[in-house]
Ligand binder design. Structure first.
Ligand SMILES: [Zn+2]
Length: 225
């Protein structure tokens, strides 16, 4: 499917924006590239990139060169951390209108972490616009956007709405962890001349992210620069 076609369906289902979560380190690399890039491109350009729990599987499944976006802010939806990292890039739906001719947008029917190498294309993705319209469920974060573009990079240009950074509130060094991460992101933003802000996430009162970050040093490592 092409971007504008997908946009129309998402809009009809009440989706207002697109989101991409990542670690601070990888996000700085994306800002230096000046766009959302597949993990393959970040690696090929020799830029820093955090290890993700899905890396090996992504390579086996043939999606290492794809760009993934969510139609919901998962952190806000589940009141807990996003496993891909504390940085959230948010985009307006216009993002889908300006993709170039050869770029294809696919929507997953189930979470790729549950796929096997033998999972067929039909089982992985909605086949066409009609089936997407019928099967799409707003808020279901197993239904992810997969963007397949020849360059494997989508420039931010003016489509990046804002960057939201988590605050690991229960950590005794929360302020220092947050400030360092924010400074690194702002520095990379300056290099790429992308005009947007890095703002602190404001969670719901019952959000469990602080406790999760506190319980897992592997998760706070995603703030490392
Ligand atoms: Zn939270």
């Amino acid at each position: 499917m092409k971007g504008p076609e997908v946009r129309a369906i998402l809009e009809r289902h009440g989706v207002r924006g697109l989101h991409h979560a990542n670690s601070v380190k990888t996000s700085c690399s994306l800002l230096e590239i000046g766009g959302l890039a597949s993990r393959q491109i970040v690696e090929q350009r020799g830029l820093p990139q955090s290890v993700q729990y899905t890396d090996a599987l992504d390579q086996q499944l043939g999606v290492w060169g794809d760009i993934f976006l969510d139609t919901v802010d998962i952190h806000s939806r589940i009141s807990n951390i996003n496993l891909y990292g504390p940085v959230l890039f948010t985009f307006d739906l216009d993002f889908l209108d300006d993709l170039d001719e050869e770029t294809r947008v696919l929507i997953t029917r189930s979470n790729p972490t549950r796929w096997k190498t033998t999972t067929s294309h039909e089982d992985r993705y909605f086949a066409d616009a009609d089936r997407l319209d019928e099967g799409f469920s707003a808020g279901d974060f197993n239904q992810m956007l997969v963007i397949r573009t020849p360059t494997k990079v989508i420039k931010f240009s003016d489509k990046l709405d804002r960057i939201v950074l988590d605050y690991p509130s229960l950590n005794k060094d929360a302020e220092e962890i947050f400030d360092k991460a924010q400074h690194a992101l702002v520095r990379s933003l300056g290099k790429s001349l992308v005009g947007t802000d890095v703002i602190r996430r404001h969670c719901r009162i019952n959000c469990k992210c602080g406790a999760t970050y506190e319980a897992s040093s592997a998760r706070t490592q995603y703030f490392e620069v």
